[in-house]
Design a protein around this ligand. Sequence first.
Ligand code: ZN
Length: 350
Amino acid sequence: MELKEHIIDLPKKVYIGYDIIDNIKEYILSLNLSGPFLVVTGPLVRKIITDKIIENFKDENIEVVEVKIASIDEVNKVEEFAKSSKINTIIGVGGGNIIDVAKYVAYRIGKEFVSLPTAPSHDGITSPFASIKGLGKPTSVKAKGPIAIIADINVLASAPRRLINAGIGDTIGKITAVRDWQLAAKLRGEYYGDYTASLALMSAKHALSCAKILEKDVRAGVRVLTEALISSGVAMGMAGSTRPASGSEHLFAHAIEILYPDKALHGELVALGTIIMAYLHGINWKKIKKAMKKIGLPTKAKQLGIPDEIVIKALTIAHTIRPERYTILGDRGLTWEAAEKIAKETGVIE
Ligand code: ZN
């Protein structure tokens, strides 16, 4: 399908390195971003990080607001505050939830957004999309893409290992997401970008390779992972949708999040879904599962405290989550019997 116009939304600058958080003010001012600045952060973000930023900006007009979860209530709260304080630039400092609120508010009020992730737990830290609870759908919505990403490897590498693994898990999902995209291009004539698809796949390859590096040197491994997450975010910016980064494995993850919320991390569920969807696509799911085990990612629902029936149910409803996104699950999804058989054969349930 030929498109009349295709808009690519990319960050202007990506700063990646060690202890670069100390240079934040210099980076932001060099991009001609102006105050008042608003730091959106959360209760779990180490105080030393926000203190450093505030110290850096002490001569500027800067405000700080804390959010707990990525919900519409938190978005409204931050938006109101940003408007009343006449904020010009929003800096999201934290994990996925905080970054999601920051970029969605920036989108709603038409201001610039800078992403300063503190955990490499998923590719939302770099993409122009956000997942917000309470908008009536579990999938992502359009948000403001970051004008700059400040990835301080020392900060990211001190995140708990479970969050680092979840970031690898989210990236592994690109293997099946790209397959789904190719299928939709063939069967539905959907727009498909070869270069963008390759970029998404490359991020999966790098994330998998970072597992080995992590064993020897956490910081070096996290750097590779962070670059992979940024590439995946860039792929979404290039496609103008989450298509290259989110397919049937994400639909499965979203279905579990609806049926059995707050049990597992997004990236853990995506990785679990990738095993099953790789099986459906007829690609080497055993290899993916083996790699996940090595990394320390759960390969059984039980390890995440998710009952077998929830997995089966999620597989039968996943195709309904986002009907316009065509995947290997087709229009009618899996039957209960097929879902149970596949989940058992791949060892996701017992
Ligand atoms: Zn994801």
